[in-house]
Design a protein around this ligand. Structure first.
Ligand code: 13P
Length: 256
C-alpha cells in the first residue's frame, strides 16, 4: 500500500530550541504508531541542528527553503549541501509565504532544479490567490506549475513532490479548508499537467499534496475522498493534540 505523506511545516515557530526538541519528540512518538504514513518535519533553519539528533525512521527532516545558489558569496543564504550535512532529505520550495516576499516562478524553478540535482526531494508549492467563479484560476495555476518547473525534464524530475496550497484556504479552521470534492478536481487537474510535462509513467508517479487549514477533523476526507497523496500542514502540526488526532485519523480511515 502506498504511504500517505504528512509534511509538518512549522513556519517561524517555535521560538526556543527546547520547545522545538519537545515538539519533534512528541511528533516522533505519534509517528511511530502511524505505519501507513511518511512523516516529514520542516523546522526553521536554526532548529535543524537540534532536531537532527532526534530524527529517525519514523520522522524525516525537511527544511522550509534553500538557496538558489549552490555555493559562493551569498549573505544569509543556506545551501542544499549544508542542509544535507544536517540530515535534511526534503525541502519546501516556493511556499506562498515566500512568493509573497518576491520569490518568482523562475527562482522557484531554479531552487527546485538545484534540490533535485543535489539529492533533496523538493516539495514545490503552487496555488491560486483567489478562485474565479468561472474557473479562471485554473489557467493561473497551470501557468504557475509550468513556469515553476521550467527546465526540469523527465530525466531530472525524479524525487519531485508538488503541494497544492490555495492561498485563500491557508491559516484557518478546518471549516474553511477546501472541500474534498474540490480538492479531487484540483488533484486531477494538476495530474494532467504533470502527465503532459513528463509523460504518463513519470507524471502519474509524482505525489500531489494538499495544504491549507488541514486539521484532525478534515484530514482523512482530504486524503481519502480528495485523492491527495498527502498533506502539507501548518498551524496544526505544532499542536500535539492535533498531531495525535491527524495521524490517528489517517491510520484508522486507511484501515477501515
Ligand atoms: P495552515 O495549515 O496553517 O493552513 O498552513 C498551511 C501551510 O501554509 C502549510 O505550508
Amino acid at each position: 500500500m502506498k504511504k500517505i505523506i504528512f509534511v509538518a511545516n512549522w513556519k517561524m515557530d517555535p521560538v526556543s530550541r527546547k520547545e522545538a526538541v519537545s515538539l519533534l519528540g512528541e511528533t516522533k512518538r505519534v509517528a511511530r504508531t502511524a505505519r501507513t504514513t511518511t512523516v516529514i518535519v520542516c523546522p526553521p533553519f536554526v532548529h535543524i541542528p537540534a532536531c537532527t539528533r532526534l530524527r529517525s525512521d519514523a520522522v524525516i527532516l525537511g527544511a522550509q527553503d534553500l538557496s538558489l545558489f549552490a555555493d559562493g558569496a551569498h549573505t544569509g543564504e543556506v545551501s542544499s549541501a549544508m542542509l544535507k550535512e544536517f540530515g535534511v532529505r526534503y525541502v519546501i520550495v516556493g511556499h506562498s509565504e515566500r512568493r509573497r516576499l518576491g520569490e518568482t516562478d523562475a527562482i522557484v524553478a531554479q531552487k527546485t532544479k538545484l534540490a533535485l540535482r543535489n539529492g533533496l526531494r523538493p516539495i514545490m508549492c503552487v496555488g491560486e490567490y483567489e478562485r474565479g467563479v468561472h474557473g479562471e484560476h485554473l489557467a493561473t495555476l497551470e501557468h504557475q506549475i509550468k513556469s515553476s518547473l521550467n527546465g526540469i525534464s523527465r530525466k531530472t524530475v525524479k524525487g519531485l513532490i508538488v503541494a497544492y496550497e490555495p492561498l485563500w484556504a491557508i491559516g484557518k479552521s478546518f471549516k474553511y479548508a477546501m472541500r474534498p470534492s474540490e480538492i479531487h478536481e484540483a488533484v486531477i487537474f494538476i495530474r494532467k499537467i504533470l502527465v503532459k510535462l513528463f509523460g504518463r509513467g513519470v507524471g502519474s508517479s509524482i505525489p500531489i499534496l494538499y495544504g491549507g487549514s488541514v486539521e484532525k477533523e478534515n484530514i482523512a476526507n482530504i486524503v481519502f475522498q480528495g485523492g491527495a497523496d498527502g498533506v502539507l500542514v501548518g498551524h496544526a502540526s505544532r499542536n500535539t493534540a492535533q498531531i495525535h488526532g491527524m495521524l490517528r485519523a489517517i491510520t484508522e480511515y486507511g484501515s477501515s
